[in-house]
Design a binder for this molecule. Sequence first.
Ligand SMILES: [Zn+2]
Length: 721
Amino acid sequence: MSINELRKKLWDYDRCYRLGEPVISDTEYDFLLRKLQKLEAESNEKIPPDSPTQRLGGEPMEGLVTVPHRVPMLSIENTYNIGELREFGNRVAKLLGDTSTLDSKKTKEPAWIIELKIDGVAASLIYEDGLLVQGLTRGNGILGDDITHNVRTLRDIPLRLTTKKPPKQIEIRGEIYMRNSDLVLLNQSQQNAGLTTYANTRNVTAGSVRLLDPKICAERRLRFFAHSIGFCDGLNVENHFDFLEELKSYGIPVTPHVRRFDSFSDAVDYCESLYAADENFLSDLDFEIDGLVLKIDRFDLRDKIGSTSKSPRWIIAYKVEKYEAVTKIHEIRVQVGKTGTITPVAELEPVELAGTTVSRASLHNAEEIERKDIRIGDVVVVEKAGKIIPHIVRVEKHKRTKKLEPFQFPELCPVCGGVLLQDNGGVLIRCNNSECPAQIKEKLRYFAGRNAMDIEGLGRELIDQLVDSGLVKNFGDLYRLTWNKIRSKNLERMKAKPRKPDEIPLLVKNLLDGIEKSKNRDLGKLLNALSIRHVGVRVAGILAKHFGNLEKIRTATEEELSNINEIGTVIAQSIFNFFRTESAMIDDLIKELIGRNRENSHQNTEQKNKETRLFDLNSGSDILSDTLSDTLSDTLTKTSTDVQNLPLQGMTIVVTGTLEHFKRNEIEEVIDKHGGRVSSSVSSKTTFVLVGKEPGSKLAKAKNLGIRLVEEPEFLKMLGQ
Ligand SMILES: [Zn+2]
């Protein structure tokens, strides 16, 4: 193999590595890299600056050089408080004024981006004509340290951007970090070598990037996520979302799980739901975050409101307080969740963490226990971030003084004794007994929660008593509760003596009031409350918006459900199955929610409103408060007379490949605006497939099914452009 061939091969391996799909082992890669280095040394040719061997690190530096940043790396405002976050949003809205006049897009509010705030070391990468020329630390924001020699060793960072038309100059900013799993490996080798171990990934990263000898940094397996732009010459993007897409096409890894929201309040709701949830992707990340970052998407709007001397006005970090402690696992128990999911929980030797005593930590699932090799008796590092329940970061394996047995997952449900089954292909193990009291209690807790039916006065202990006494077996039972029924059971918590013989105790009165009030929740909250597997706040909102009423959702086919953007086949199947198996329960609940006087001809307005929420078209979704409903029904009538004339009316369209005139996220809006609907998969219901450059597998499927193919020029004609 010639030098050039070998170099090309290694570039290919680098590209796959950055995509998270390495094709050869690190050892093999290192072997080939050394081989290339040898060949380069023997050859008289000049070594190109982006040769993979340039990652190996040259001679140690004598000292770090300080370099001024061309654009200051300002710090960003941050808060730990949701109220302050909302205030920030109000402030920005005031500064922006009415943005609808700024362009033709109809949105009154600017879109917001949410990114993970990676807990690493901020760095800036400067590329000229596509070639990496400099890497700097943030330093004090005005002056940074030149760490080019170390930055080059990160395989995540391309030495040359993988694009034919790189911008003349670009400064890409982001975070250098280390994966938790890499820290475990590093600590093991430190331990084997009789060296000290590191407490957390951030410390190792900060120390490593400033090392003078790049060979040591190269061994640390640091990584990089890009999240913003410094200066740029020759890049034509107008918003952050497109900027990230552009970076991806350059081969630069960008922060994962980036989401865009139509309004600030939607973005805040999402943050809140992420922090409040016991189970979400945050706790499964293999790297540390210390919060979420909210930023305005459009660059022109960012320019409009500018910066203070300290920080830009269009960005804020919503941080979570994070604390770590070392403790010991006494026992591993399993808990039953609302959909029967069995979650292993570690019982810990109580330890002080963030001002509270922590004695338990979620272990998520059996696979997690196996991956982190967590055993009863282990010494572990526990972390608590914000409202997220504590979790185990890693096991201090070098502190295993005696032989510990791997944890054996139980075969029976600890509450009802039912057989535990593994999800098909999934990592979750669940109890499939729908009458399992543990599941009923969890379902009721979720049902009564803030993002669901929001029943004040119905806490964990009351639920336990209501279920254990047999008073409540399902959601409908809640609405049938009366003081007499509660009194007959003589429940511990509800025995408070009334002053007068007939008076209802305050606790019970509050509970019954809370239950009554919950009848007025909108469709999104109701759907979320039902504990449908895979349906949380977000999916519930999408369903409510799309269908508008419960009956339509109940009768929707699997295909109708999976054709909704953002709802995949797994979720669709789960929703479909739920409404089949739980049909009687839903009937019963609806009957209670709209009241038993439905047949009564003297319906009052409130009664009608309740029915409307469940059955009428123009109701239910989150966007509809009572005050808005008039304007909305106007809009609905208007749309329905106009729809006949829309060019894509009634068409289901699948898009594949890159389009010339539309960004990926724009095309959906365009199709939507012209009366069509975008579907993510080709089926017999597809009207046509819009084919762009480098189409994917959808093209082949469309050809197989004989679906009409439309290229961009024809599509533009259809739109009348
Ligand atoms: Zn069970």
